[in-house]
Design a protein around this ligand. Structure first.
Ligand code: BTN
Length: 258
């Protein structure tokens, strides 16, 4: 089957654009081939939970992969995307991976400045008759960005020192946006096909090998506190709370270490 690649110099958001194209095909079935949309610049990049995703031309890689998918069970899909991207950038050996995963699908790097976010993933789906189409949007910080200090009124309390986001060139100085894209996309398509066939179960141990939350005290955005105990075979976060072990499946919550 064909595979379309398009590079857009500027767009609001590569995810928004793919979802728009999918919906715009009303009447005619959307093309079933995978499509890769690379945005050189996004003016309204979107993150999970309604957040925005900021990136600057040249300093980051922002793209969306759209493809039809018919898994028997959708749970764990977004985790598989994160696993695939982390593994293709940092093949490492189990136990000494330098790119970690923060449930459900953030990529983190650990270093002297602590754990920092390297990449984010936003998965969205659309349907047309029986065809379910998934859009996997990925933003990877490639180069460090010098953050301008915000102008503060003289009387304002000093802001806590911002931890700059992590970037790929901290780990791999030779990787630029183009080589990163080439390295990441083919395994991602394969991972989606494997997920479609076998579900999340074969990926569970691969997530565990990079799970940065495991064993740590965490707090969910709804206030729930507990200790993270890895993920189940459907990709749910296993959280040990005062009320017992809970399975967190909602994509509506965020989690942070305490
Ligand atoms: C997150 O960390 O909350 C997810 C961030 C996802 C950002 C990528 S950049 C390419 C694609 N287009 C978007 O608007 N968002 C995703």
């Amino acid at each position: 089957p064909g595979f379309t690649v398009e590079v857009l110099p500027e767009i609001d958001s590569s995810n928004t654009e793919l979802m728009r194209r999918f919906r715009g095909s009303a009447g005619a079935p959307p093309r079933p081939e995978p499509i890769l949309l690379v945005a050189e610049q996004q003016t309204a990049g979107r993150g999970r939970l309604g957040r925005s995703w900021q990136s600057r031309r040249g300093d980051s890689l922002t793209f969306s992969l759209g493809l039809p998918l018919q898994p028997a069970d959708w749970s764990g899909l977004s985790l598989v995307a994160g696993i695939s991207v982390a593994e293709s950038l940092d093949p490492g050996n189990t136990g000494n991976a330098r790119i970690g995963l923060k449930w459900p699908n953030d990529l983190w790097i650990s270093g002297p400045q602590g754990d920092r976010k390297l990449a984010g993933i936003l998965v969205e789906t659309a349907s047309w008759d029986n065809l379910r189409y998934v859009v996997i949007g990925i933003g990877i910080n490639i180069r460090a960005v010098a953050l301008a200090a915000p102008a503060l009124p003289a009387a304002a309390a000093p802001a806590p020192a911002a931890i700059p986001p992590g970037c790929l060139q901290d780990l791999f100085p030779a990787l630029d946006a183009a080589s990163t894209l080439l390295r990441v996309v083919p395994p991602l398509v394969q991972a989606m096909q494997a997920f479609e066939q076998f579900g999340f179960a074969p990926f569970q141990a691969r997530f565990a090998a990079r799970d940065v939350l495991s064993g740590r005290a965490v707090q969910l955005s709804d206030g729930t506190q507990g200790t993270a105990h890895g993920v189940g075979e459907n990709g749910a976060l296993l959280l040990h709370t005062a009320a017992g072990m809970q399975e967190i499946t909602s994509s509506e919550v965020s989690v942070r270490p305490m």
